[in-house]
Design a protein around this ligand. Structure first.
Ligand SMILES: [Zn+2]
Length: 279
């Protein structure tokens, strides 16, 4: 629990219904295991995330998948009605985010970086940054009480280096909750067993549930292994050299300059799964 023994509140703002689980599902599961509150939001309706099914049918399916994924860890969730593949950083989106963040009163807000691969990710990442300062400005969205304490903002991992690479402020060992993260991703079956393998040119998928789980585990383990070298210096800094080799499955977050910038004690409060020493 946090210093005040109030549960912490984590808000993950993804552009699409599987983004929160994909980039921060391990952190979300760990937060829930500590009794903290997690809300996973998809700002768009996910209507473009398939090669065979589009529109209302896909939206309904993805809403159900998001609900199933959130139920794995007992998180709150929301699938918005912005159009997938057509998300722009507008005044309306900014104000929607301001109202959403003010209403939830998060300690930590995570979203995409404006450098990420998908235009919806980039536009949402920028919109979240643009909303940050205005959370404390009473004249903006006066129908929802303004915040008197700015949350900490952080970015979800991406591999893009231009114009600036992701800098992992925090790396979280997610091996204790790996199965729960996989179960959340497995709930998004239209994505991890249909659309994404198709889009990435992966071979035809195994059919039964056990084979699917094995396939997903291998895929996600490979991805974790691929990003591990980029996280090595941060893992050593945070967990120490002796522990570092044991941490192979990790999620990384870059704390933003646009919200409260936590000191070491503040970071350990927000990431209570990280050992106190030697970070
Ligand atoms: Zn996405």
């Amino acid at each position: 629990m946090s210093e005040s023994s109030e549960p912490l509140r984590l808000l993950i703002l993804g552009a699409h219904p599987d983004d929160a689980e994909y980039a921060a599902g391990g952190l979300a599961a760990l937060y829930r295991s500590f009794g903290h509150v997690v809300r996973m939001v998809s700002v768009t309706n996910g209507e473009a995330g398939h090669h065979k099914v589009f529109g209302p049918k896909l939206i309904e399916r993805r809403k159900l998948e998001a609900a199933n994924a959130a139920s794995v860890i007992g998180a709150e969730h929301e699938v918005g009605d912005e159009r997938d593949g057509r998300l722009w950083n507008t005044e309306a989106l900014r104000e929607r985010l301001i109202r959403m963040i003010r209403s939830f009163k998060p300690d930590l807000v995570l979203s995409h970086r404006p450098q990420d691969y998908h235009p919806d990710h980039r536009n949402l990442g920028q919109a979240v940054i643009d909303a940050a300062y205005l959370l404390t400005v009473p004249a903006i969205c006066p129908d929802v009480p303004y915040l008197t304490k700015m949350p900490v903002f952080g970015a979800l991992f991406d591999k893009f280096t231009r114009p600036c690479p992701f800098e992992p402020t925090v790396v979280v060992d997610i091996s204790p909750v790996w199965d729960r993260k996989l179960a959340m991703l497995e709930a998004h079956e239209s994505q991890f067993f249909e659309w994404l393998p198709h889009n990435m040119g992966k071979p035809a998928l195994p059919f039964n549930k056990e084979q699917r789980r094995k396939f997903l585990n291998q895929w996600m383990t490979d991805l974790a292994t691929n990003i591990r070298p980029a996280l090595e210096p941060s893992i050593k800094r945070i967990y120490g050299r002796d522990m570092a080799d044991k941490i192979q499955l990790a999620e990384a977050f870059e704390i933003s300059q646009y919200g409260t910038e936590p000191d070491k004690a503040g970071l350990l409060r927000l990431f209570p799964m990280i050992p106190n020493s030697p970070y």
